[in-house]
Write a protein that binds this ligand. Structure first.
Ligand SMILES: [Fe+2]
Ligand SMILES: [Fe+2]
Length: 310
C-alpha cells in the first residue's frame, strides 16, 4: 500500500525509507567484467541526435554518439558538484529542527557524492577504450563557484529541473527502448542514476518550498531572476561543450571538416544539447507545477524561455 505523505516531516521520512532500499554501489555497475562495448552506441538517439547529420558516415555517427556519452558523464559529474554543497548548506541553515529531514538530506548528499564517483569511473573506462582524447568544459571548480554565487533559491530551482530532467532521460528514452541496441553498461548507469534521483526530486521540491517560506516576496522574485540567469549561464557552458565535441570528433575520425560540414554538425548538436540538458527539464510537468507555486507571475516567462530550448 502506498502511503501519501501529508506533512513535510512525513515526506522526508518516506523519501528516506525509499532511498535506503535502493543503495547500489559504484562497483556493482562498472569495472571488472563490466566493460563498455565500443561497438555500440552509448546514448539514445533522442538525447544525442546524430542521425540527422548528413556529412557523417554510420561509423562516424557511432563515434559522435559515444563522444556525447562521455560528455554526458562530464556534464552530470559537473552539476552534481554544485548539488552536494547546496544540499549541505540547506542542512546547515535548517539545523536539527527536524532530524528526519536532516538524515534524508545527508543521505541525498551522500548519494550525489556517489554519483560523482560513478560518472568519473565511467569516464575512466571511456578514456581507456575510446582511443583518442575527448575534452570537457572547465575548470569544473570555477563553473561550480560561479553557480554557487547565485541566490540559494535560484540554484535550488536549477537543481530541481535537472533532477526532473534525469527522470525524463531514463523513462522516456531507455526504459522501454526496444528499437536501439545500446551499450548495456550505459543503460545501467542511466537506470541506476534514475532510481536514486526519483527520491531527490521529492527532496528538492521540499527544499524549494522551505526556502520560499523563509523569504519575502521580493526575495523570491530575486531568486527566480537568478534561476533565469543561471539557465543562460549553463547554456553558455553547453555551447562550449558542443565545440569541444566537434574537436573530439575530428581527432577520433582523423577528418578535417569543411566550414559547411562544421556548421551542419554544430547546428544539429546545439539543438540536441538544448533539448537534452535544458528543454526536457524546463518542460517537465512536475517542474512546471512547482515553479508555478513559487512564482505564478513568471510562469509565462518560463514557457517562453523553455521554448527557446525545445
Ligand atoms: Fe545524481
Ligand atoms: Fe540527484
Amino acid at each position: 500500500m502506498t502511503t501519501i505523505a501529508t506533512t513535510p516531516n512525513q515526506a522526508y521520512a518516506q523519501s528516506l525509507s525509499r532511498a535506503v532500499k535502493v543503495n547500489w554501489q559504484v562497483e556493482d555497475i562498472i569495472g571488472g567484467d563490466k566493460r563498455l562495448d565500443f561497438s555500440k552506441r552509448f546514448m539514445p538517439e533522442v538525447l544525442a541526435r546524430v542521425n540527422d547529420i548528413t556529412c557523417l558516415s554510420e561509423a562516424e555517427k557511432l563515434i559522435l554518439n559515444q563522444i556525447r556519452g562521455n560528455s554526458y558523464l562530464h556534464m552530470f559529474g559537473l552539476v552534481e558538484e554544485f548539488i552536494v554543497p547546496s544540499v549541505l548548506d540547506h542542512v546547515k541553515a535548517t539545523g536539527l529542527s527536524d532530524i528526519t529531514a536532516t538524515q534524508a538530506l545527508l543521505h541525498f548528499a551522500e548519494e550525489e557524492s556517489k554519483h560523482i564517483r560513478l560518472f568519473r569511473r565511467f569516464a575512466e573506462e571511456f578514456e581507456i577504450g575510446f582511443g583518442s582524447r575527448c575534452d570537457g568544459i572547465g575548470p569544473i571548480k570555477e563553473i561550480v563557484d560561479a553557480v554557487l554565487q547565485h541566490r540559494p533559491l535560484g540554484v535550488m530551482l536549477i537543481i530541481l529541473y535537472i533532477e526532473w530532467m534525469t527522470q525524463y532521460h531514463y523513462l522516456a528514452s531507455i526504459r522501454d527502448n526496444a528499437i536501439e541496441s545500446l551499450d548495456f553498461q550505459f543503460c545501467s548507469l542511466l537506470r541506476n542514476h534514475w532510481l536514486e534521483e526519483s527520491q531527490h526530486t521529492a527532496l528538492d521540491t521540499l527544499m524549494v518550498k522551505h526556502l520560499v517560506q523563509q523569504l519575502e516576496p521580493s526575495e523570491v522574485e530575486a531568486g527566480v531572476e537568478d534561476f533565469f540567469k543561471l539557465i543562460e549561464f549553463l547554456n553558455g557552458g553547453l555551447m562550449g561543450q558542443v565545440q569541444l565535441d566537434l574537436e573530439s570528433l575530428s581527432r577520433a575520425t582523423g577528418r578535417t571538416f569543411t566550414e559547411l560540414e562544421r556548421q551542419e554538425i554544430l547546428s544539429v548538436q546545439e539543438k540536441s544539447y538544448h533539448w537534452t540538458f535544458i528543454g526536457s527539464g524546463l518542460t517537465h510537468t512536475q517542474f512546471v507545477a512547482t515553479f508555478k507555486q513559487v512564482s505564478p507571475a513568471q510562469q509565462q516567462r518560463l514557457f517562453q524561455v523553455a521554448e527557446m530550448y525545445c
